[in-house]
Design a protein around this ligand. Structure first.
Ligand code: ATP
Ligand code: MG
Length: 430
């Protein structure tokens, strides 16, 4: 017997029951981003492996152990994108879109791939919506990014369930001075560090700050503090951001341990976190990366962005019961027809209705069936109204309109008047 075919572990099908919520979420975000004047960019899902090594950093979790890397038929090393920033920056450089200080406000959406241990809120194919702004230096755009995510949480009913954590990593120079101080402090206590942190001490010492190891955390209590090493410029930037968040009444917590997993951040870093999803609590994360474009071979270009995890936000909407009831409705109108001649007339009428009422959500019964079976399907579709066409109605060039969601009376309407009448009925229930 042949093995049953299955999807790859950690890579999920989105079934028809789930897609309405995804499309609702994605639609809300897209509309919001349109409202801020951001434009979408779409890049390939596969890139040269080198791109991610150079941008994300050789010694990050992603590059060290999470990438889907393979050789193609030309012998090139390719990788399924683990995140969206690298390709966006590559495209900006490749097409000269940020040259001469040109401002860009961009967003992307799509699947990302990381070989992690699959669990609730953590998958191997997952989806992100991200934003990247180029050639804006000030804290004003950092504040705008946070303001727009805050607006999104409010629109979705999530504002009470997420908190904003904020930190500044300083400029590359101030961070380098801090790194030296931290390494000096921890090197003297090397034997007390967990194994992971010992390794990171050489490769990526800042990551030790967010170690989950209790003994390491205890050791960090008296360690040098990043904020004491911030230079004047970083300090002013961070103060400017906080002043704007306060002016907008956006609550936040300062988290000096927040360092983010990727190498390329500078100055602002932030995460939106929830306690409703267990260990996978970060739903949106981002920050400034003023050095990245240059590091990738472009001109010095300030940049700031974030990415949100769609799976986690969809899970949060479900967990909190914030899924609009309307999403269960497949169509607004279900057309039942009985007998061959009536079916033909229903087909013609339904196309005329679609002409007259753009955006109409109408299902026409297919495959015949008894009165009872057609009504069952009409009910299951979630439709507000059934249209009914039998021999009697056909002879009179009429159709019956039956409300399915309340006790109001069934009505009979002439074919000519139907589009207008149906539009009025739909306007009442929406
Ligand atoms: P984590 O600490 O949870 O691993 P991360 O710092 O690796 O997150 P980012 O690279 O900043 O995550 O990605 C931004 C967002 O994308 C995360 O906050 C999360 O919502 C989502 N995300 C990241 N990895 C996964 C994954 N494997 N499955 C589902 N969502 C993910
Ligand atoms: Mg991760």
């Amino acid at each position: 017997m042949s093995k049953t075919l299955q999807a790859i572990r950690g890579m999920n099908d989105l079934l028809p029951e789930q897609t309405p919520l995804w499309r609702y979420f994605e639609g809300q975000v897209a509309r919001l981003l349109d409202g801020y004047g951001y434009r979408q960019i779409r890049t390939p899902i596969v890139e040269f492996t080198e791109l991610f090594k150079r941008s994300i950093g050789e010694v990050t979790d992603i590059v060290e152990k999470e990438m889907y890397t393979f050789e193609d038929r030309n012998g090139d090393s390719l990788t399924l994108r683990p995140e969206g920033t690298a390709a966006t920056v590559r495209a900006m450089i490749e097409h000269g879109l940020t040259g001469g200080g040109q401002p860009q406000k961009l967003w992307y959406i799509g699947p990302m791939f990381r070989h992690e241990r699959p669990q609730k809120g953590r998958y191997r194919q997952f989806h992100q919506i991200g934003v990247e702004l180029f050639n804006f230096t000030g804290p004003d755009v950092d504040a705008e990014l946070i303001a727009l995510t805050w607006r999104l949480w409010q629109q979705l009913g999530l504002a009470e369930s997420v908190t904003l954590e904020l930190n500044s990593l300083g400029t590359a120079q101030s961070r380098a001075r801090y790194r030296d101080a931290l390494v000096a402090y921890l090197s003297e206590r090397l034997d007390q560090l967990d194994e992971d942190s010992q390794r990171r001490l050489k490769s990526n010492p800042l990551r030790i700050l967010d170690s989950k190891n209790a003994q390491t955390q205890a050791l960090l209590v008296d360690a040098p503090r990043l904020e004491d090493y911030l230079d004047e410029e970083s300090r002013a930037h961070f103060a400017g951001l906080q002043a704007r968040l306060q002016a907008l009444d956006i609550p936040y917590t300062l988290n000096p341990r927040l360092v983010r997993g990727l190498d390329y951040y500078s100055k602002t870093v932030f995460e939106w976190v929830t306690d409703q999803l267990g260990a996978q609590g970060t739903v949106c994360a981002g920050g400034r990366y003023d050095a990245l474009v240059e590091q990738m071979g472009g001109k010095q270009t300030p940049a700031v962005g974030f990415a949100m995890g769609i799976e986690r936000l969809v899970l949060l909407l479900e967990t909190l019961g914030k899924v609009p009831d309307e999403l269960a409705r497949q169509v607004d109108v279900y057309f039942c027809a009985f007998g061959e001649a009536a079916e033909l007339a229903a087909l013609q009428l339904s196309e005329r209705l679609r002409d007259a009422l753009p955006g109409l959500r109408l299902a026409v019964n297919a495959g015949g069936g008894s009165f009872k079976s057609q009504f069952k399907k009409a009910d299951k579709s979630g439709a507000h109204f059934a249209l009914i066409l039998g021999d009697e109605e056909l002879a009179a060039r009429q159709v019956a309109l039956k409300p399915l969601r309340d006790d109001s009376e069934q009505q009979t309407i002439g074919w000519e008047a139907l589009p207008e009448h149906l539009a009025a009925c739909l306007a009442q229930v929406k």
